[in-house]
Design a protein around this ligand. Structure first.
Ligand code: HEM
Length: 325
């Protein structure tokens, strides 16, 4: 097998063909061995993990979920107390050290930060838009026209809000994609990945509820289609699995609750407005605070092992470990 992998000097003759067959065999052999190893590892891993989970039930502080949320032991030693302060975002806002390779734009794409800045722009322009907008059937669309044509800088204000909203949705997807590509959802960042998933949902909900507010045809039909899907919600929608059995009708199901009625009308506009301007931004802000706090708690942004200059690598190490402790 090993010999078959060796290049045999090239050429177009039988020797050349033999080598490429050998290479194929070698590759197949390698893949088969790798698959066998994976299966073997699964056979030993699964029982070990199951055992670990069972142990965890006896002592929840040893489970992966607990240790992904609480990082430190609470021993009362000077080292542990110092660690407690240095890793606490309230007691020490800036991290004690960062991995310079992890903060490079080529690694993070800056997408989490960009998503956050877009959220700030949206909050700021959104508050300004509230000075001109009334969430009523009579006024909503007129207010939008007024903003577009008469309010000084109204057009740019509205478009800043609209474009930032589109960009935020794109940026949050790209951020999630980068986190996935760099494997940053893995231990110890599983908890933060879950917070991220919630943030994604709330970002999409912000976008969706904002869509209805101009009360134009585009928004009206988008929300009609979107909320029609809610009819099929399991248990809670009147057309969803077990909905009818639980007594759901078009007049008491989850869609009715979202719209404040059975059609997209004045109540739906008001509900969208309140969710869009108050409910969802508050929840999203709290989740963002938790998200940033977790980035810090999980040891900063994940990243490749720090690149060291040769002279740095050769330097004798300082600190307790170097002293043999
Ligand atoms: C409103 C939405 C979000 C905001 C403002 C946000 C913001 C951030 C920021 C500023 C960082 C620091 C690193 C970086 O910039 O890449 C970060 C890291 C992280 N985010 Fe988000 N994020 C959001 C949504 C999400 C989503 C949808 C996910 C995944 C489902 C996610 C998962 C993570 C994880 C696991 C990290 C740690 C990554 C690492 O250590 O490399 N975030 N986020």
């Amino acid at each position: 097998m090993a010999d078959a992998n060796k290049p045999n000097g090239g050429g177009n003759g039988a020797g050349g063909r033999g080598a490429s067959n050998g290479e194929k065999n070698g590759l197949v052999g390698q893949v088969t061995t790798a698959v066998k190893e994976d299966i073997q590892a699964l056979k030993t891993d699964i029982p070990a993990k199951a055992k670990q989970q069972l142990e965890g039930l006896k002592d929840p502080t040893k489970t992966q979920v607990y240790t992904s949320i609480f990082r430190h032991k609470h021993d009362d030693t000077p080292r542990n107390r110092a660690l407690g302060v240095l890793s606490n975002v309230f007691l020490h806002l800036h991290p004690a050290k960062i991995n310079r390779d992890a903060v490079r734009y080529s690694y993070t794409w800056g997408m989490g930060g960009i998503t956050f800045y877009l959220f700030i722009i949206l909050t700021y322009t959104g508050v300004l838009l509230m000075f001109y907008y009334h969430p009523s059937k009579v006024q909503a669309f007129r207010d939008v026209l007024y903003l577009e044509h008469d309010v000084p800088f109204g057009k740019i204000l509205r478009n800043m809000h609209r474009w930032a909203a589109h960009l935020m949705v794109i940026a949050v997807w790209l951020h999630m994609f980068r986190v996935f590509l760099t494997g940053s959802y893995k231990k110890p960042r599983e908890f933060n990945w879950n917070i991220g998933v919630l943030l994604l949902v709330f970002t999409l909900l912000l976008s969706f509820t904002g869509y209805l507010l101009p009360d134009d045809q585009l928004g009206f039909w988008a929300v009609t289609v979107g909320t029609n899907m809610a009819r099929a919600t399991p248990l809670l929608g009147h057309e969803g699995p077990f909905g009818a059995q639980l007594g759901m009708t078009p007049y008491n199901d989850v869609r009715f609750g979202l719209l404040g009625g059975s059609i997209v009308d004045a109540n739906a506009l008001l509900r969208s407005y309140i969710w869009h301007c108050i409910g969802i931004p508050i929840v999203a802000s709290v989740l963002m605070i938790v998200h940033f706090w977790r980035v810090r708690k999980d040891g900063g942004i994940s990243g490749p092992a720090p690149v060291m200059l040769t002279e740095e690598a050769d330097k004798p190490r300082r600190g307790p470990k170097a002293a043999g402790e």
